[in-house]
Design a protein around this ligand. Sequence first.
Ligand SMILES: [Ca+2]
Ligand SMILES: [Ca+2]
Length: 731
Amino acid sequence: MKKLAILLIGVMLVFVSCKKNLDQPDITSFPEDNVWSVGQILDSLANGAFTFNQDSQKNAIVKGYVIADETGGNIYRTFYLRGEDGKCIAVYRKGSSEGGSDDFNVKTGDHIGYKLYGSIISEYSKLPQIQVQEHDVNKLIVIYERGCDDKVRPISTTIEDINAGKHLCDLVKISDAQFEPYEGLTYAEGQNNTNRNLVTCSGEGIIVRTSGYASFAAEPLPEGRGTLTAIASVYNTTWQMLIRNTSDVKMNDVRCGGGGDIMEMPYNQVFTSSFGTYTTFSVVGDQVWTIDYSTAVMKGKVGNTFYENEDWLISSPVHIADVEHAKAVVNYVAQYTGPDKDVTAQISADYEYGDDPTNANWTDLNVTFENSAGWNDFLDKEISLDEYIGQTVTFAIKFVSSTTQSRTIEIKSIAVMEGEAGGGGGGTLTGDGTRENPYTAQDVITMNTQTSDGNKYWVKDYIVGFVDADYVYVFTSAAGDVKTNIILSSNVDPTTADECIPIQLPAGAVRDGLNLADNPGNYKQEVLIYGTLEKYFQVAAVKNVTYAEINGNSYGIEPGGGGTEYFNQTLTSQASFNTFTAYSVAGTQVWHFDSAHANYGAQMSGFENNTSYANEDWFISPEIDLSASSSPALTFEHTRGPAGSINVGVNEGYYTVWVTNNYAEGQNPNDVQWMELTGVVHATTGWAWVSSGRITIPEAFKTATCRIAFKYLSIDGASATWEVRNVIISE
Ligand SMILES: [Ca+2]
Ligand SMILES: [Ca+2]
């Protein structure tokens, strides 16, 4: 004991932030000649599951801090590790029936080394994990120190960022949140795993999932508003929060979202999962504002019948601060045709929150909400509120439909904020994003697109360097070993990051062909790429690049056939996925989209919990107008896996493509007549993306109501995963 005490003091001197450990097991150190970061492990996992089983990996270890342990019973046979690089992963031990395993001897706050040799690195329903194979798990773990509280603090973030996959497996903290509903509810129901809804005062929502075996399962949900600390986890496409114990939940403030309180600018309401601080009122008609597609939706059509409606979406009162300019910004999509002035922006100084709006005086702000190009093409309508500076007002959207006409509008968010409506100037663009007239890097900077609209665009400019692991823009060729990105600029000799856009290079032909570490000759060469426009390294960028041309060479899969396009959905964003209808005829598993792996596109698998289940699942496009086409053909990219299942059901027709003229939304596809489109090229190696080839659409389907569908089958005991993206119909 004395010896331990002396050692303890020694450790204290070195590691001021931690308290040291000492009921240490047999092993006190590992060789450090092969230390992996969690980031390196995750990067390798991006290419598929793997096992640390090479002779050269005998000493492989990863070092990091335990951010959640099994105490509390909500986290099962798992601890979560935050690497010394800040990246996170789950560490999972098998149960005794599977040949496992002792309890982990680690506690939250421990600084540990974990021996990787023999472990499998895989995704469990999209959750990255180190799967321990050793029975005596603690032989794999050295605890260097304990109580490293500084290293295991939660990251304060937003639900939006969690849903964007930015914190997977990390310990995060959400503020201004509350359970909804909460009355009469406990964390879990009986011994069942239970989902509860957490919503923030700005309207974002996420699931808090609790095991029926958690020590706090039967405790009531808190009534109030406050902070929640939890592990950001995922189960396939469902993002969820796992609390460690109830001390992670501090919700003692008065609840928000009753609405009606006077809000200060900036007042931003998003309608992801609720109306938040907004209220709705139906003056006429049975149809009402609803939350769907993560937006506030209003339409006056049910089935094929139009109904008369007047329906309001109304803010809490907002104080327009004493600024030079103020505006409202409505982010929306709209389609179809309604009566004149069917969607208007209104403002009132005397509206009582919750009342019938026809009892108040409203001023029509005289703006037009044009239809958007499609369901993915969200528009920002900016409306000046300069006349109301200094006043407290209520802002509303008023919707009207008739017995013959109705538009559908989906509002993602409404912000009341400082700034000049329509201001900002914005430069003019050189290109238009087509292959013939691609955007330049400067165009991408000017447009400053933060979220992909689901479409891919062509961008052409000079390769001028890459972004290194410290997020530094390096303007030289191959000065490092970064292969995952390059940067483009319209200036071949840029001096600042402001002149550049980062380009994400997904693993495969595009990365292999473009990255500067392997291809130093690409430096200062012009490249043409095809990808989504969205944020990367916190700035406007190009991601999900599937095709590139440089110096006469091409890499990846060339989209379309080059002719007029009648339909183009990437399926690499939730919005694009949502344009299709997923219909499960049989089996629990469904077509789905996973925002953490957006480039997988639409996914379907009959495999869950290590078992293959029988399924019949259709993934059906929206109506595609081919009435003016001459020789339309379908192309798409697809892949199947894992490698061991590559031959499952190919000859039996488990992965087929069909076309029809008369499918109605929501119908069982088996009640409709379809024709199979044959000649689809299938992948023959696991997870290899291939082009379907050009599949001619038969003459009979050159109509205004053509739909194509991907039909998936699996049987009990045999299935594969099918992933589909970049679905194009063109001449
Ligand atoms: Ca109504
Ligand atoms: Ca199914």
